[in-house]
Design a protein around this ligand. Structure first.
Ligand SMILES: Cc1cc2nc3c(=O)[nH]c(=O)nc-3n(C[C@H](O)[C@H](O)[C@H](O)COP(=O)(O)O)c2cc1C
Ligand code: SF4
Length: 714
């Protein structure tokens, strides 16, 4: 067993003693009240992270002035003393579990969520910001909307310096142990520091010394108000990954200057908004890709250095600390996926850790981007307190779950944890459902397998009664108190003229043959299981017909093995519902470009996409496409793979017709993504109870008032 001696060694940051080397790097969970005050959700979220044993918790972006610089519409604010009591409760809930805590102060600058009334930029250039919603709101047609961007005057700069130190004073007053300045990712402080973003011609722009003047003024002002012994940490991007942006060489110089100014620790991040691949590191980024940065900075300074981005495995993190590559391990998304990462590592329960798969669907696409509160695709308890309050079922039931994909396994997991007797039926020889196809998509394979292995291992650990290669009938299922239908979706071929039988379902092309997987049916440990072999596609030219995750993964796999791929979708934009940062990297790959910091080999051929087009006819060696203007064209192809999917509902309909109590979850409701499958499966597991009643919409009525329950059951 690994004792993780380096992970659990204390560290001094200024006058703050941190009990271990695990740092929750700032994560805006977008859960505060409209005025930016601390909500019950802020408390329970951070409390769970502290309870899990994180040494230092840095609370996410908090605005020093709510009128001009919130980064999201519900991030925290510290611009008034009225926020101190809430912040004090936030600090106390973390101190209760032995954590040290800090607040990150951020002026969102050009990326603010709110119209900024002419106080929008440190400079006079509106640089292209393709990934920022606020850019569209503020910069698009800015003149017409009378929101012109202007250069901050010196007085305004000094006013903002003061706002920062006032906010820091409130943070200290509330009982936090330190404050962090957000000088990364293209927000205001980063705008001043960046050679790419700062175009000022006064003493705050131009030379390195001038660009550092604004952050140094803030540090000085905080020290004046809070005392030099109140630790100030600075987070900045070690590499900006844009031509003309700051690179690691200058970032080492930044570190030296900040140390001289009395900064207590450096928290290294990556990117500005123009380089989102490196900033949000989707699945394609390997663990440890940022370690070069702390290694370089640590050689130049003696203050502690925190590094983060895609760190997931305690063994790897322990090694980085042991080799002196960083002083602290920064975890953001990992603690959304599993706030108990430190405690599980400490107890030697590494296998129980639910590793973040960097999918960005729950925590980014479907929360921050959609202006909603935080969630996680694989942790149904993130942002949903009902899981934290999960209780044993009052009356355990006999439950059948049909379908061994993520929705079915989550339902089985939660229901079993609550004491129900669960039987899980899977018609194939392997648990995993739609996740298994992801094993074939390079960049996604490793991390999707992390989740697949975790949830499959949960089935084994909880001793769920799993019946493989079994499709139960209605008669078989009548013996159960309730059925969870998680039968997923399957591909189909839309109506088309010509040789429809040439079309291959994507499931056949994407069958994973990796026999090293302990759960693979062909594995030596499972000699009785059936082999799974992907179908070989003849010829170099393949048409991928469809949209959404199935089409993206299939195209990615086929392009990576050297096929000449053409995608055809009738949607106006291909993969519009697939997570946006993944698509940013994927589109670059399709064009044979490299995404920032990723140096793997470009595809042999570019991937061509025909959107807004239907296949009208399939011929011997070509297809005929029709677009929205009824233009026709032929495309040569040797093989056609269909990625259109629809719910498998046959069993569901039979069960309903037979009056068997049934809940439908996951892709058998409609094909979406892992987040939807896990959420619905877990919620079903949470709802199941002996006293369940069904409402006229077919939903279970949980938490019925006692008198109403009595009225309905007497
Ligand atoms: C939902 C979400 C919110 C974030 N909020 C902040 C923030 O408030 N301040 C900040 O510096 N970085 C923020 N980040 C970036 C993370 O701190 C971190 O640098 C990034 O997610 C990569 O590290 P990870 O792989 O440990 O998640 C956020 C990231 C996510 C996904
Ligand atoms: S939604 Fe995906 S990226 Fe975000 S924390 Fe959960 S697993 Fe990680």
């Amino acid at each position: 067993m690994n004792d993780f001696v380096h992970l659990f060694r204390p560290l001094r940051i200024g006058n703050m003693e941190v009990p271990n080397r695990i740092c929750h790097v700032p994560t805006d969970i977008s859960s505060s009240h409209a005025d930016g005050s601390v909500s019950a959700r802020d408390i329970s979220h951070h409390e769970a992270i502290a309870r899990g044993g994180t040494g230092l918790v840095i609370v996410g972006a908090t605005s020093p002035n709510r009128a001009t610089n919130r980064s999201t519409v519900t991030n925290l604010v510290a611009d008034s003393d009225t926020h101190i009591p809430g912040l004090a409760r936030l600090a106390a809930c973390m101190h209760r579990y032995g954590s040290r805590c800090a607040v990150q102060l951020q002026h969102a600058g050009r990326q603010a969520s709110l119209p900024r009334d002419g106080k929008q930029a440190s400079n006079d250039v509106a640089v292209s910001l393709p990934w920022s919603q606020s850019h569209a709101i503020v910069y698009a047609n800015a003149d017409e909307k009378r929101k012109t961007v202007h250069v901050l005057t010196t007085d305004e700069v000094i006013e903002i310096v003061d706002e920062f130190s006032e906010a820091a004073w409130r943070v200290k007053q509330a009982g936090f142990d330190a404050v962090e300045l957000h000088a990364a990712h293209g927000y205001l402080i980063s705008q001043f520091m960046s050679p790419y973003l700062n175009h000022r011609i006064d003493r705050f722009g131009g030379s390195f010394e001038n660009r550092m003047r604004f952050p140094l003024a803030i540090v000085q002002s905080i020290q004046d108000k809070c005392g030099r012994d109140f630790p100030v940490i600075i987070r900045y991007s070690a590499d900006e990954w844009v031509p003309g942006g700051r690179e690691i060489g200058e970032s080492v110089e930044v570190a030296k200057v900040l140390q001289r100014a009395g900064v207590a620790a450096l928290d290294l991040s990556q990117c500005i908004q123009e380089s989102p691949g490196a900033g949000f590191d989707p699945m394609q980024y390997p663990e440890g890709w940022t370690m070069y940065a702390s290694e370089a900075v640590k050689k130049a300074v003696s203050i502690p250095v925190i590094n983060s981005h895609s760190l997931r495995n305690p063994e790897y993190c322990e090694r980085m600390l042991a080799e002196g590559k960083t002083d602290m391990i920064g975890l953001s998304r990992q603690l959304l996926a599993d706030p108990y990462w430190p405690a599980k590592a400490r107890q030697g329960k590494v296998r129980a850790i639910r590793r973040c798969i960097s999918c960005l669907t729950g925590c980014w696409q479907e929360s921050m981007m959609a202006k909603k509160e935080i969630a996680c695709a694989i942790n149904p308890g993130c942002g949903n307190e009902s899981f934290a309050r999960m209780t044993p079922a009052e009356k355990p039931l006999k439950v059948a779950v049909v379908g061994g994909g993520p929705a079915g396994m989550e339902a089985a997991r939660v229901a079993t944890e609550r004491g129900h007797k669960v039987t899980l039926y899977e018609k194939t020889a392997e648990l995993g459902g739609a996740i298994l196809g992801c094993c074939m998509a390079p960049g996604k394979d490793e991390k999707m397998k992390w989740y697949a292995d975790w949830i499959r291992w949960q089935m084994a650990d909880l001793a769920v009664d799993v019946r493989m290669r079994t499709s139960p009938t209605v008669a078989d299922l009548k013996g159960y108190d309730v059925v969870v239908n998680a039968t997923g979706a399957r591909s189909f071929v839309p109506d088309v003229h010509g040789m429809k039988d040439r079309v291959i379902p994507f499931e056949e092309a994407m069958a994973c043959p990796k026999i090293t997987c302990e759960f693979h049916p062909n594995n030596a440990k499972n000699p009785d299981r059936l082999p799974r072999v992907p179908r070989r596609l003849e010829g170099p030219k393949v048409v991928v017909w469809g949209d959404h995750y199935a089409a993206v993964d299939t195209a990615t796999h086929l392009a990576s093995i050297g096929k000449e791929v053409t995608i055809v979708t009738h949607n106006r934009e291909f993969a519009a519902n697939v997570e946006v940062i993944h698509m940013y990297v994927t589109w670059k790959r399709f064009r044979q470009e490299e995404a920032e910091a990723l140096a793997d080999k470009p595809y042999k051929h570019p991937v061509t996409v025909f959107s807004g087009s239907m296949i009208d006819e399939i011929r011997e060696k070509e297809i005929v496409l029709v677009d929205r203007e009824f233009n026709r064209r032929t495309v040569a192809c040797d093989a056609i793979v269909s990625c259109w999917t629809r719910p498998s509902t046959e069993l569901l309909e039979e069960l309903r017709a037979a009056g068997v109590p049934v809940l439908n979850v996951g892709d058998s409701v409609s094909p979406r993504n892992l987040h939807a499958a896990v959420r619905e499966g877990a919620e079903a597991g949470l709802q199941l109870d002996g006293s369940m009643l069904v409402n006229p919409n077919g939903a279970f009525m949980t938490d019925l008032p006692l008198d109403v329950r009595g009225q309905m059951t007497r």
